[in-house]
Design a protein around this ligand. Structure first.
Ligand code: AMP
Length: 123
């Protein structure tokens, strides 16, 4: 495994998190710095560093992140009103923790595009 991240310590319960769902393969917990009234992260228990590193063999596991997100949304009662799922990749995507995670944001109507600079090209 490459360098451990803070999410490995959340998986192993070395550091606390507000866990809202867990099974053998997937963990979901509240984001420590919420960007919406509801903001949690859904992660695989195995380390995959970025979206670029997802293999075909891991496709079902990554699909389970979305299934977990939708099941939690139904249980928490915001599936019908809606929510946003985001997976940031690398520096320009805003990724800061190198263990893939699905951000699930809900509880308010969100605009699109998410940032004004979305339409600007680099350089
Ligand atoms: P990203 O910038 O897409 O890599 O997202 C990383 C997310 O992890 C951010 O939204 C952080 O607020 C969140 N985060 C970092 N450390 C923790 C932690 N100990 N518990 C919960 N969320 C965390």
């Amino acid at each position: 495994m490459s360098e451990a991240t803070i999410f490995d310590k959340i998986i192993s319960k070395e550091i606390p998190a507000t866990i809202i769902y867990e099974d053998d393969e997937v963990l979901a917990f509240n984001d420590i710095n919420p960007q919406a009234p509801i903001h949690f992260l859904v992660i695989p228990k195995i380390q995959i560093r970025t979206a670029n590193d997802i293999t075909v063999e891991q496709a079902q596991l990554v699909g389970k992140l979305y299934v977990a997100a939708a099941n939690i949304a139904k249980q928490m009662g915001f599936a019908e009103s809606g929510y946003r799922c985001v997976m940031n990749c690398n520096n320009d995507g805003g990724q800061t923790v190198y263990h893939i995670h699905l951000h699930v944001l809900a509880g308010k109507a969100m605009g699109w595009p998410p940032y004004q600079d979305t339409l600007k090209s680099k350089g």
